[in-house]
Ligand binder design. Structure first.
Ligand SMILES: [Zn+2]
Ligand SMILES: [Zn+2]
Length: 737
């Protein structure tokens, strides 16, 4: 798949659609193409269509962002399908429709169906995020009756129109006893009058079949049955909390488990309460509330001291608390789990207490230290809020045209969007962590009603999540991490990357001369200080891997609406000229001439000296040309990024030469590391002024090469190599290899 062709094509479609929408907005529904306006036409089309959720690359084009409806049913007016106008949101209305024919999944986030209203008018509907449904079933069936809040009939690329629902709280599957359920569609023999006990049995049956949505729904119905007594209520709440755990509805699981406690002295009651406390503990654990989780497991163990599950969960929880409070992580074992299980989800707590979010001067919010952090130590270690894993097959995924930036979301990013919406929809107490993140909204007009609010309101029993706001947050704050199916190399693009959002780390601002380095292990990010950072200082990292092309860096920082004013950028501004052409030729030449083609020949064997020196001299010319772009009067003491890789090439080629030591020191200088010769002329330690330094994997390699080269006598590179490796990689895992 040629990504650029695909993006170009899909963006072109998007522009055509925008024009169509502009010309049709507010016009009657008859303006759209009419060929699917009969029941029979729709039935035959849907009978012929196949589910596309597992086939090919699916392009999802969203015309424009809009906020979810926040009005309850009681404030909405029931409207007729025939009164729908094209491409506008009927914000004060609700439309009740019935599904007919076979619905189909047109992508992993989208379900489509043919629907009719009470008056026999027909339309198609497409519903996003349907799978989060709070009703009996995750899939849509023929005969289901839907209430669509703020209905929106939008134009499609081909000229037709489709009722579209993007926000999960804008559509409900109605029960027969709902006030909006049309009387003429009611069936006899409905389950309206079931007893609470019968609902419980139905729920247990569904649970046995692992149909958690259905079980959850039945238990919920039982709880509102008219003959409910206290004992049944506790049973239903306890059972409901069990299925809610499976469904990822952790807020509800916690609340219902705790509400089910009997607190009676009988043995039977103790056993049931112990079960409920275990569920509360599990929910609290998943909500990262480890102290409360520990409390719940301990209480459960008091009631049933020999319970193995309680014991093992308590052990896990205590380990999380240690990570959270002391920053003690077993990176070797985490890395082993990630590599052996091919699972990027790591069961770890976040260690954040050394940092806090504060207002900066002139660059929005930033992250600051709350204590002194010595060079090499952990600044923070954060578990991702949400992760979108690598698509197993890059030719089978959803590409979503984001309505705000007109960019494209694909692979791990689509998945991360989907997962983030689901997790705050399922557990609204998690929403503030995500919604506090910074977004510069590029939507035309003011489309997000609650841009500054971080909680989600609950309307008609359902959390109201603005999926477009979540998408913007993902676009602005996601990191590419390596996914479980590591196919990023084979495609040469980041289509194969997984994507993660870290809600604390996202507040870090950029500086080319950052004081911390980030690395990833599964879905955790590790941040280590690359110099001593005093308490109260702002933490910064370079957003992009360093490259000597300043103009490229500047334009990519513009994506975040950010201008770097570090000493290096000021020097580059003063210098003003581009060195991109030299870098390009050097890089392409190095690709064809690996250092091994020159190494060892000249110095070790004295053979083919002319060839080796010829190759080296080409590299030396690049170095000379690049050195001229770093005049000392402007760049003194600052990193010379364009030179680092060239000099590392030379060091590798000439490692056996007596000049290797000098080359290594030059590489350090290229990184802005100023050696304090007075302190470190001899011995095992080299002392640097690191204040203007940058750190790279090239530097690690340079230290490792020198460390191996020096045999016998003091070897200052040995310690440096390990220290720098840990700073760059988060831990010493993999160092010996
Ligand atoms: Zn926006
Ligand atoms: Zn800078």
């Amino acid at each position: 798949m040629d990504l650029n062709v695909m993006i170009g094509g899909v963006l072109q479609q998007k522009r055509a659609l925008d024009q169509l929408v502009e010309s049709r907005k507010g016009k009657p529904r008859s303006e759209a193409i009419l060929h699917l306006r009969t029941r029979d036409a729709l039935l035959s089309v849907y009978a012929a269509k196949k589910n596309r959720a597992n086939v090919g690359v699916r392009q999802v084009i969203i015309p424009a962002a809009y906020p979810p409806c926040e009005l309850p049913f009681t404030s909405l007016k029931k409207m007729r399908m025939q009164d729908l106008l094209l491409d506008i949101h009927h914000r004060n209305d609700v439309l009740v429709v019935r599904v007919f024919g076979q619905p189909l999944e047109s992508s992993s986030v989208q379900t489509c169906a043919a629907v009719e209203d009470e008056h026999g008018e027909v339309e198609q509907i497409s519903i996003y995020h349907f799978g989060f449904a709070r009703w009996a079933d995750q899939t849509l069936h023929s005969g289901d009756v839907l209430a669509v809040k703020a209905p929106y009939l939008r134009s499609m690329v081909g000229g037709g129109a489709i009722l579209s629902v993007y926000h999960p709280s804008d559509v409900f599957v109605l029960e027969q006893d709902h006030q909006l359920y049309p009387a003429k569609w009611r069936k006899s023999g409905s389950h309206v009058n079931k007893s609470a006990a019968q609902w419980k049995l139905d729920g247990n049956e569904a649970l046995k079949d692992k149909n958690f949505h259905k079980a959850n729904y039945y238990y919920g119905r039982g709880l509102s049955a008219s003959d409910l007594d206290d004992e049944l209520k506790c049973d239903l709440l306890r059972n409901k909390s069990c299925v809610e755990l499976y469904l990822g509805q952790f807020d509800a699981a916690k609340t219902n488990a705790l509400a089910s406690l009997l607190n009676k002295p009988e043995e039977k009651s103790k056993q049931l309460d112990s079960k409920a406390l275990f569920r509360a503990g599990r929910a609290l654990y998943e909500l990262s509330d480890y102290q409360e989780a520990k409390d719940a497991f301990q209480k459960a163990l008091l009631l049933s001291p020999s319970d193995k599950d309680d014991q093992s969960q308590l052990k896990h929880t205590v380990a999380r608390i240690k990570e959270e409070t002391e920053g003690l992580f077993n990176f070797a074992s985490i890395s082993k789990t990630v590599n052996s299980s091919k699972n990027i989800h790591v069961d770890q707590a976040s260690y954040l207490s050394r940092t806090e979010v504060r207002q900066t001067e002139g660059r929005g919010r930033g992250l600051f230290t709350t204590q002194d952090i010595a060079c090499g130590n952990i600044v923070l270690c954060e578990k991702a809020f949400t992760v979108g894993d690598t698509p197993k097959d890059i030719n089978n995924q959803d590409c979503v045209v984001s309505p705000s930036s007109k960019g494209l979301l694909w692979g791990g990013r689509t998945e991360a969007w989907f997962n983030a919406v689901r997790s705050i929809f399922n557990s609204p107490s998690l929403a503030p962590r995500l919604l506090a993140l910074c977004v510069t909204c590029k939507c035309p007009g003011k489309v997000h009603s609650r841009m500054t609010e971080t909680t989600v309101p609950i309307v008609d029993g359902v959390p109201v999540v603005d999926v477009f706001r979540v998408m913007e947050i993902i676009e602005a704050n996601s990191f590419g991490i390596s996914g479980s199916a590591n196919n990023s190399n084979s495609t040469g693009s980041d289509l194969g990357m997984a994507c993660a959002v870290f809600t604390r780390t996202s507040f870090i601002n950029h500086s080319c001369l950052g004081n911390a380095e980030r690395s990833f292990m599964g879905d955790i990010i590790i941040l280590r200080a690359n110099k001593d950072i005093p308490a109260g200082a702002e933490i910064t990292v370079p957003y992009k891997p360093v490259d000597g092309d300043y103009h490229l860096l500047k334009s990519s920082l513009n994506m975040w609406d950010f201008q770097c004013r570090c000493k290096l950028c000021l020097a580059e501004e003063q210098w003003g000229l581009s060195r991109a052409h030299i870098l390009l030729s050097a890089k392409s030449w190095e690709k064809d001439n690996p250092p091994a083609s020159a190494s060892g020949i000249k110095w070790a064997r004295g053979l083919e000296a002319s060839k080796a020196s010829h190759i080296s001299s080409v590299e030396e010319v690049f170095i000379d040309q690049l050195s001229d772009t770093y005049p000392e009067e402007i760049f003194a003491g600052l990193p010379k990024i364009g030179l680092m890789k060239r000099r590392l090439w030379l060091l590798k080629a000439c490692l056996d030469s007596p000049a290797a030591g000098t080359m290594a020191y030059q590489i350090m200088e290229d990184h802005g590391l100023k050696m304090d010769f007075a302190v470190s002329a001899t011995g095992e330690t080299l002392v640097f002024d690191r204040s203007n330094a940058i750190f790279t994997h090239d530097l690690v390699e340079c230290f490792q090469l020198m460390s191996r080269k020096i045999t016998g006598g003091p070897n200052p590179f040995k310690k440096l190599a390990l220290e720098t490796y840990i700073i760059m990689n988060g831990s010493a895992v993999g160092y010996e290899k």
